[in-house]
Structures are given as structure tokens and as C-alpha cells.
Design a protein around this ligand. Structure first.
Ligand SMILES: [Zn+2]
Length: 234
């Protein structure tokens, strides 16, 4: 059987289990079918010849249905399982393939649930790394980024610091609204002053990131994820 048919067969089996769930006297049959599906899925992964790095290190961004808000970063096997059970659809491919004996199965990079689930908005836990990621390593005062030249030096991520708008020495807190990414030059220049005391202006108003808990967990993530984890600064 070609793998395409084979995958379709698995999906068909799932639909049958849905039908069976409405009829109590078919519970045993439903259980049997579910066990078979699980066994076949296990067989699918066992029978696959893959770069183990794809399976063990591969990560897939899971989006909510409808609004495509990022929900979690999941493993490749879990993502494929969600697709096979028709609970999610592929939004972006990773460019990697799981090579089965007969065919190739594309590994997703971003998938979305078919239905919207209500997830309470989580409070973002503040961290230095989170501030840098939220601000995309862009200096809030002069706008330089990694790759920019500053005083003859090519900047990289290590040249960026977390600045406290109201300095810690003046009781400024570690909060999302009081901290922002700043290049070392601007941070040094600002010292323990407030921006307006030294004629420096904020290019945006620092705020709690919309999906911070996830963005911080995944750092910058693959390029394919960027458009789904954009942070709203305004
Ligand atoms: Zn700067």
C-alpha cells in the first residue's frame, strides 16, 4: 500500500471511532479500533528511516485554531500524530522529510488546530532574555540591531543589554514596562538617569509581550515561526 493511501486509511479509522463513540454498544469495537490505530502509528514511526535529529530535536510550533495564536512548541511525533488524527493542519513545512520504506512524509514546522480552544492568557514572567527577545535585540534609544555597525564594530547579540528606564539605583523594578533592550553605548550613556533627563527618547513603549511565555521559551526560533510569534509593541 502506498503511504498516501495508508495515511488516508489511518485518518478514516479515526472518523470511524467518532461514529462509534455515539453508540455505547460499540464501545468495545471503538476500543479495539483505537488500539489498532495506536499500534499502526507506532509501526509508522518504527518503520521510518529518518535522521534521528529530526525526530528527537525537531520542534513544531502549534497554533490555535481560528486566530492562529501560538499555543506550544511540540515534538515532531506529536505534531504528526495531531495531523494523522485530523486534529491539526499543516501551515508551514520544515523542508525535512521522514523517509519511510516506500515514501517520504514531509515534517511540518508550523501546524494549527482545526478548532479554536479557549486558553486563558498567561501572565508573562519577566526575564532579561525575554526583554531582549521581545525587543528583537533592537536598541530602544538608537535603533541599532545585531549586524549594525557602531563605532566601527559589527554588533552581535552579545552587545545588547537590558536597560532599566527608571534605573535600579532609583528603585526601578524588573518589569516589562520598565525594561528594554539597549545597546551598550546607549546604556552606558544613560547611566542612572531617566531618558528625558539626558535627552534620550524611547522609540516605543515597552509593554508585556502578547505571547511572551512562548516566545521566551523558544528564543528567536526558526525563521518560519517569526510571522506567527510577532510581538505587538503598540
Ligand atoms: Zn543604542
Amino acid at each position: 500500500m502506498q503511504s498516501g493511501c495508508w495515511l488516508g486509511f489511518l485518518i478514516g479509522m479515526d472518523i470511524k471511532t467518532q461514529v462509534a463513540s455515539d453508540k455505547p454498544h460499540l464501545t468495545k469495537l471503538r476500543y479495539t479500533i483505537c488500539v489498532k490505530i495506536r499500534a499502526m502509528r507506532a509501526e509508522f514511526f518504527e518503520g521510518v528511516i529518518v535522521s534521528t535529529a529530526v525526530l528527537s530535536k525537531g520542534r513544531v510550533l502549534l497554533l490555535n485554531g481560528s486566530n492562529w495564536e501560538p499555543l506550544a512548541v511540540i515534538s515532531v511525533p506529536r505534531a504528526i500524530n495531531l495531523i494523522l488524527s485530523e486534529k491539526a493542519v499543516v501551515i508551514e513545512q520544515s523542508g525535512h522529510f521522514l523517509q519511510t520504506i516506500r515514501d517520504k512524509f514531509p515534517v511540518p514546522s508550523v501546524i494549527a488546530l482545526r478548532t479554536f480552544i479557549n486558553v486563558p492568557r498567561r501572565q508573562a514572567h519577566w526575564s532579561r532574555k525575554g526583554v531582549l527577545v521581545r525587543d528583537n535585540y533592537t536598541c530602544i534609544y538608537c535603533g541599532v540591531q545585531p549586524g549594525s555597525m557602531l563605532k566601527g564594530k559589527l554588533l552581535n547579540k552579545h552587545d545588547f543589554t537590558v536597560d532599566h528606564i527608571l534605573p535600579k539605583s532609583r528603585n526601578g523594578k524588573d518589569t516589562w514596562s520598565n525594561t528594554a533592550c539597549a545597546c551598550y553605548t546607549c546604556n552606558h550613556k544613560k547611566g542612572d538617569k531617566l531618558p528625558n533627563e539626558i535627552g534620550m527618547k524611547l522609540r516605543w513603549e515597552p509593554k508585556m509581550p502578547r505571547t511572551s511565555y512562548l516566545v521566551i521559551a523558544i528564543g528567536t526560533g526558526p525563521d518560519a515561526w517569526k510571522r506567527y510569534i510577532e510581538i505587538h509593541r503598540d
